[in-house]
Design a binder for this molecule. Structure first.
Ligand code: ZN
Length: 264
């Protein structure tokens, strides 16, 4: 079991490298498969030794081999974070179905997190296909709590996921509508509403409520801190998607522990 962890850490570094490609290209509407990786500055095609996660960045001291343009520091950060996440998931789940599902969810949520941080948009192109996947995965995700409906375990799990999706949607859509009616401004973006619905489909009922609370509370605390320490101004947009994405991951991993703790 222990030997799985370094293997998945390494796998995570390479997946992280691919996630960087998605983060670079999806907001520009470019293909993530073609053309091959190239420098954003000089468009030189990157070779094998330019593409080794973390190592290339350190070896090249953060600069393109060909034109010496600075490589965004986000590149090695995403690689390292993906490696760490994959190691954590392998350590927590071992070779079980939960591992496969959480590896995919962690990758998706990380892409959504970074794109929102960089562009303040949650891309529909990342959310809608994920919704279909999450609905299907709910059949295999043990964290989905059956609602004990008539119709058997399959209907039961799908219903729990769907109910989570509806609650996740409503939980962000209502504040959005209220903010528009009362303050005539848009606090939450449409992308946040879609993302929250996706998280509901992933976590199901009642865990979607935990994810919602975690997102709102962490968002409120960190936004207040950013304003208090004048890192952000009142007029600066603070993307909410990253909070939803992190809350989703925490709920997927420790939702059951949080629920048990809360219920005493
Ligand atoms: Zn270059």
């Amino acid at each position: 079991m222990v030997s799985l962890v370094p293997f998945f850490a390494l796998l995570g570094l390479f997946v992280g490298s691919f996630l960087n490609v998605c983060i670079d290209r999806l907001p520009r509407g470019q293909s993530i498969a073609y053309p091959p990786s190239h420098c954003a500055g000089c468009h030189h095609k990157l070779g094998f030794f330019d593409l080794i996660p973390l190592v290339s960045f350190l070896w090249l001291k953060g600069r393109c081999r060909y034109c010496k343009a600075a490589i965004p520091v986000r590149i090695p950060i995403v690689e390292a974070v993906t490696g760490l996440l994959f190691a954590l998931l392998a350590w927590k789940y071992g070779l079980r179905v939960e591992l496969g599902i959480t590896l995919i969810y962690a990758s998706l949520l990380l892409v959504i997190f970074v794109i929102d941080l960089e562009t303040t948009y949650v891309m529909s192109v990342t959310v809608f296909p994920s919704m279909i996947a999450a609905f299907a995965f709910s059949l295999f995700w043990p964290g989905i709590r059956p609602l004990d409906l008539p119709g058997g375990p399959v209907i039961d799990k799908l219903a729990s996921s769907l109910m989570g999706g509806v609650i996740g949607f409503a939980g962000m859509w209502l504040p959005y509508v209220i903010a528009r009616m009362v303050y005539h401004r848009e606090g939450m973006g449409k992308g946040d509403i879609q993302l929250s619905a996706l998280v509901g489909l992933m976590t199901g009922f009642p865990f979607v409520i935990i994810a919602w609370f975690l997102a709102v509370i962490s968002g409120a605390i960190i936004s207040s801190a950013l304003l208090l320490f004048k890192i952000k101004k009142r007029t600066d947009p603070i993307p909410f998607g990253p909070f939803i994405a992190v809350a989703a991951m925490v709920t997927l991993l420790w939702g059951q522990n949080i629920l048990t703790w809360y219920l005493g």
